[in-house]
Design a protein around this ligand. Structure first.
Ligand code: S3P
Length: 178
């Protein structure tokens, strides 16, 4: 990461709170907040669900890689990434090269409860959301674990999570530049 640029990327499953916590973290660190799904929607002129429906998941993943590469080559920011982004090797390598990654690690009950509040997530449509989320946890948690910082999150308010991340970032930065 270039010294003058500070990019923090939140990773984790759907419902882990990446967007809400990212928004609070950006406020706390006085950095712009960007949500990769929103940027993909802007670039495509379509909702994520429409991209999955009309172009398919592979096309979505290609768009996701392009958009995240663009965001990582820009200025300082807090970036909330889509749940599958860090799982793509190309995205993961780009994040590792340019940013500090933070995994918001949530339990299944939390994820089921939070994702159940909306129905815009294509991977949870037409399936048992709890079972699908469990499968995704099994497949993805070993990969999210490669993030620079891991924080367990279940009941904490987004602002409290943001404060915890800020403390972890400080410790990491002190370790890197003692
Ligand atoms: C996905 C997560 C979603 C979105 C897309 C695919 C995934 O983002 O990118 O529906 O593969 O886990 P959120 O994690 O913000 O819901």
């Amino acid at each position: 990461m270039a010294e003058s640029t500070r990019i923090i990327v939140l990773v984790g499953l759907m419902g882990s709170g990446k967007s809400r916590v990212g928004f609070e973290l950006a406020k706390l660190l006085k950095l712009p907040f960007v949500d990769s799904d929103k940027e993909i929607e802007k670039a495509a002129g379509m909702k994520i669900s429409e991209i999955f429906e009309t172009l398919g998941e592979d096309a979505f993943r290609q768009g996701e890689l392009r958009v995240i590469e663009r965001l990582l080559s820009g200025g300082s920011k807090v970036l909330a990434s889509g749940g599958g982004a860090f799982i793509q090797p190309g995205v993961r390598a780009a994040i590792k090269g340019k940013a500090v990654s933070v995994w918001l690690k949530a339990g299944l009950d939390t994820l089921v409860e939070r994702t159940g509040r909306t129905n815009h997530r294509p991977l949870l449509q037409g399936t048992d959301p709890a079972q699908k989320l469990k499968e995704l946890m099994d497949a993805r948690y070993p990969i999210y674990a490669e993030a620079d910082i891991t924080l367990v999150t279940d009941d904490q308010a987004p602002r409290e999570m943001a404060r915890r991340i800020a403390r972890e970032l400080e410790q990491l930065e002190q370790k890197e530049n003692p």
